[in-house]
Design a protein around this ligand. Sequence first.
Ligand SMILES: *Cc1c(COP(=O)(O)O)cnc(C)c1O
Length: 399
Amino acid sequence: METVKMIYADNAATTKMSRRAIEAMLPYMADNFANPSSLHSAGQRAKDALEASRETIADCIGASPKEIYFTSGGSEADNQALLSAAAIGAKKGKKHIISTAFEHHAVIHTLEKLEKQGFEVELLDVHSHGNISAEQVAAAIREDTCLVSIMYANNEIGSVLPIADIGRVCRERGVIFHTDAVQAAGHLKINVAEEKIDMLSLSAHKFHGPKGIGVLYCRRGIPLTNLIEGGAQERGKRAGTENLPAIAGMAAALSDACDNLEKNAAKVSALRDRLIVGLSKIPHSALNGDPVNRLPGNVSFCFEGIEGESLLLLLDEVGIEASSGSACTSGSLDPSHVLLAIGRPHEVAHGSLRLSLSEENTDEDVDVMLREIPRVIEYLRGMSPLWQDKLVGKKEFVL
Ligand SMILES: *Cc1c(COP(=O)(O)O)cnc(C)c1O
């Protein structure tokens, strides 16, 4: 039997590690395995490598190395940022938090925890174009607001938010501003100083680095609350022996991504736009997310009369690895909170498809996707009794 060449279009879930990242990790797993806290010279060499990685990462986002804390990934960074800002707020009697309805679960679930502890969480509406405006943030800030947490770019529908404008508003009003930049880091130009970002989360495996490693950037002077108690690593804010191989891999991957950012974005967004134009021709379909301010690699659609899971299984059979909603929500039967937040009805939210591209994808990949996806959708609709009812007018079309 001939095996199908697989097209990987699920880069928002995770990316393939680059050769450079793998090669940057190897020395710290083999000969240079010492603990950066050890005082012997091998330990000090490990410490030097740790600090060199910190500097590389700080440079890529316009931060100072002292503002970079290594974590186990984006989720941990989000948790620590939110809980720290909440602790600072609680000390001053400020317990109002502003966020959006389409954040990642690492933010949403931490906010739910804070709500149970007596914080008031206000989620901004993302209906218009799957985005928000800085004016919405300005209007929501109150005397007792202790934190604004708004993602840099959405992982499901690809909208890129007006972060610099939101940063300005928050700085003027003296409110801590955190952004979950896990989808943006390595893909969009980020400068925490210029954009007036106080806290930022990023994760290596979304830009061709290893899994299980990330960064919390925290502006100097803002005290962090520990999630993990133990040794004095990360200036006492994150205990545990540093994962130096992963940290070195992350630094290599991020500096590679930042050096090639414009070139990669140009290539990937051209592939994205071909897909968007082509898939828009499918009847009763709709693009999700901001059509203009959009991640270079994100294509997200709802197709009426389709079950997302069936679509993914059939696409997998023809060699296309995609996703419906986000990787974290798949496996549950609830429709994505992101698609509901942008106003898609339940029925339509179930029929979503996310193709997330990287610079490894090609024009030929797009040719195959534009040939196979409409065919599979037509096939699935042909088998759906609900679709037949709509065709004969017994039920209304939504899209
Ligand atoms: C992937 C992702 C996370 C979680 O990062 P991990 O490193 O997998 O914990 C958080 N936020 C967004 C927007 C993401 O895409």
